[in-house]
Write a protein that binds this ligand. Structure first.
Ligand code: FE
Length: 338
């Protein structure tokens, strides 16, 4: 009898595990929790996965994964700016993922040719102005800011900011070293003040009259226009967006993106998450929440971005931008861009 009970118990153990352990996925994100967790939760629910989310600065997360080495629990990295995605690849912490879904929905210039990183949203770096003080017809190219009439009228953040480094790197990719250095040497004369603060600070400074134009990413203005603070919304409403270089190379565009971590312990689920991130559902939510543009064609833009208008974007293979980062920084330094 005893034996029979034992056999029966064993059979039960095989058929019904004592506890069912959900699959795990470890996500390292340089995007703030509120800007990514809801969409991860949706994926987790649909796929019965438990997602462990760690957030932090992009460079901090990249060094952490490097330090953790082969023991790293990291499966996926989310970050902004192609400069950082290229850094992650160069640091040897990413693995390629060849996916028909990602190739179908992400334009070729917005993903790594060797499949190491992928853009999930696009962001545009524009000129912003107050119409009372600036005639938009007098300014159609980034290069126009080098003309004498723009001296001392521009607010822009410092050269340590990766958005500016990437903007200069795309110029390098398109104009070459000499022309970009010449441009940078002149460009600093347009500065109204030594660079300081973030993009929102530049927008505020324009409205406060400390400068007439600012260079900023549109999602910052989108964020201010939808801010819970009415005073911030009032400031943002006074600012208009000017799309530079529409007649030639297009406005500078950067990305937010993702990569699978080398030796990811949960690779199959990590890959499924990346595929999910280009689904219409994820693209729509992620882009809208971050005030950015979806990479997938046919996914509607948020109302606030739609109101800022359509534009022609730069068409530079973004991996070049990451690779030219160091040279861009040297050019900015030589030009005296603090
Ligand atoms: Fe930003």
């Amino acid at each position: 009898m005893k034996q029979r009970v034992l056999v029966w118990l064993c059979a039960l153990t095989v058929a019904v595990p004592f506890f069912s352990q959900a699959q795990q996925l470890n996500v390292y994100s340089a995007r703030k929790e509120a800007l990514i967790k809801p969409i991860l939760d949706k994926f987790a629910e649909q796929n019965d996965v438990q997602i462990n989310l760690i957030t932090g600065g992009a460079d901090t997360l990249i060094s952490r994964i490097q330090r953790e080495g082969e023991l790293s629990p990291a499966d996926v990295l989310f970050t902004t700016d192609v400069g950082r995605l290229v850094r992650a690849k160069q640091a040897g912490i990413t693995d390629p993922y060849v996916s028909t879904e990602l190739q179908k929905h992400i334009p070729a210039n917005l993903r790594d040719a060797e499949h190491h990183w992928f853009a999930l949203t696009r962001r545009a770096r524009t000129i912003m102005y107050v119409p009372e003080r600036v005639d938009p017809d007098s300014l159609s190219r980034l290069e126009d800011l080098n003309k004498p009439e723009w001296q001392g009228r521009l607010c822009i953040r410092s050269s340590s900011n990766i958005y500016n480094q990437s903007m200069v790197a795309t110029l390098l990719a398109q104009l070459g070293s000499d022309a970009t250095q010449q441009w940078a040497n002149q460009f600093v004369n347009a500065f109204a003040r030594p660079p300081k603060g973030g993009d929102r600070d530049q927008i505020r400074a324009v409205v406060a009259g400390q400068c007439d134009v600012a260079i900023a990413n549109t999602y910052y203005l989108a964020g201010m226009l939808t801010d819970s603070d009415p005073a911030t919304r009032e400031i943002a409403k006074q600012v208009k967006v000017l799309w530079p270089n529409q007649q030639d190379r297009g406005t500078h565009v950067n990305i937010s993106g993702t990569a699978i971590i080398k030796g990811a312990p949960n690779k199959a689920i990590a890959q499924a998450l990346l595929d999910y991130m280009v689904s219409e559902e994820a693209q729509s939510w992620y882009a809208e929440t971050n005030g950015e543009y979806p990479v997938r064609e046919g996914v509607a833009w948020s109302q606030v971005l739609t109101d800022m208008g359509q534009f022609k974007a730069e068409n530079v293979p973004l991996e070049m931008v990451g690779e030219l980062n160091e040279e861009a920084l040297k050019i900015m330094d030589r030009a005296g861009w603090k």
